[in-house]
Write a protein of this length. Structure first.
Length: 320
């Protein structure tokens, strides 16, 4: 990367990925303007990290934290900028096997510039519209606001998947659906921790709003973010409690379904064994009754059928 931060090639294969955005028509769109106020570094390479630390004076530990999915949300004040790390849901894919993960995004708020650092290439400003060219601080708050709605969307999906798995468990005799429910419960724990961590960050932003330099519009947006995040946390907590409280009952359903199957198999086995015993007696290589009778075969078959009927009658009468 050159002195102005333009992307360059390292050797013959490594390309430094930097995205720049401006707002020509109420939306932030990607551009090639080197003077753009909004710059995103996607999974930065070592060369990019050196540039961010040396040229933009980012704290090396904070930069590493922005790429760590397990890092907690936090707010730090540096001499030339404000460093913010917040949590957002990762895009779900089928290979995750019902595990919804979270990621971290680093936001470095300068006086006239917003620098973003993230470990994965995700839509950063999708569905964001503005009435006028936005300030970096306002865009940063809108990103946090959008992450809350992203959590809510995933919570609805988790609820729908949970209902579908519950329907399958009602007739299931294996643990696959039950394991999927455990994975969803684990996902909700991740979400609860992340939303709670974002809540602590929002509280710090409200406390230090004057120090950061938020105007009236940004203060109002921050209040809305505080309310929405609390509602999101309560909703995630309700889903988690419901899912956890019903896990034992769902495991019992699977066990009971298996017991019913075994009972059915036992009935079938006994019903087969009784007529087999009758036929076996008349198949011995000794002189037996009916040996000289022309209707012996049908008589024995009738006796076998009567034995099955008797077993079924006794089974129903005893209500086994």
């Amino acid at each position: 990367m050159d002195e102005r931060g333009n992307p360059t090639y390292l050797g013959c294969w490594c390309f430094i990925m930097v995205k720049r955005f401006n707002c020509p028509d109420r939306k932030l769109v990607e551009c090639d303007d080197d003077q753009s106020q909004f710059v995103a570094y996607i999974n930065p390479t070592e060369a990019e990290k050196r540039y961010l630390v040396e040229a933009l004076k980012l704290d090396e530990h904070t930069l590493a934290s922005a790429l760590d999915p397990d890092e907690l949300s936090r707010l730090e004040f540096e001499p030339e900028h404000v460093a913010i790390i917040f949590k957002r849901p990762r895009n779900y894919s089928a290979k995750d096997q019902f595990l919804f993960k979270v990621s971290s995004i680093g936001v470095f708020l300068f006086k006239d510039k917003l620098v973003l650092v993230t470990a994965e290439d995700v839509p950063l400003f999708n569905s964001m519209t503005f009435n006028r060219p936005p300030k970096p601080a306002f865009v940063m708050l809108r990103m946090i606001y959008r992450s809350i709605f992203h959590f809510l969307e995933h919570l609805k999906i988790i609820s729908q998947i949970s209902d579908e798995l519950q329907t399958k468990i009602n007739t299931a005799m294996e643990n696959r659906q039950l394991i999927n429910l455990f994975t969803l419960e684990k996902s909700l724990e991740y979400y609860l921790n992340s939303i709670n961590s974002n809540g602590a960050l929002i509280e710090k932003l409200r406390t230090n709003s004057t120090k950061i330099g938020f105007d009236t519009e940004e203060q109002e947006l921050l209040d809305d973010i505080y309310i929405e995040n609390n509602q999101c946390f309560k909703q995630a907590e309700i889903y988690s409690n419901i899912l956890a409280s019903l896990m034992d009952a769902r495991a019992s359903i699977v066990s009971n379904n298996l017991n019913v199957l075994l009972k059915t198999l036992n009935i079938i086995t006994i019903c087969i064994m009784v007529p087999t015993l009758v036929v076996s007696i008349f198949s011995m290589n000794v002189k037996i009754p009916l040996a000289e009778q022309p209707t012996a075969f049908w008589t024995i078959m009738l006796m076998a059928l009567l034995s099955v009927t008797l077993v079924i009658f006794v089974w129903r009468y005893r209500r086994w």
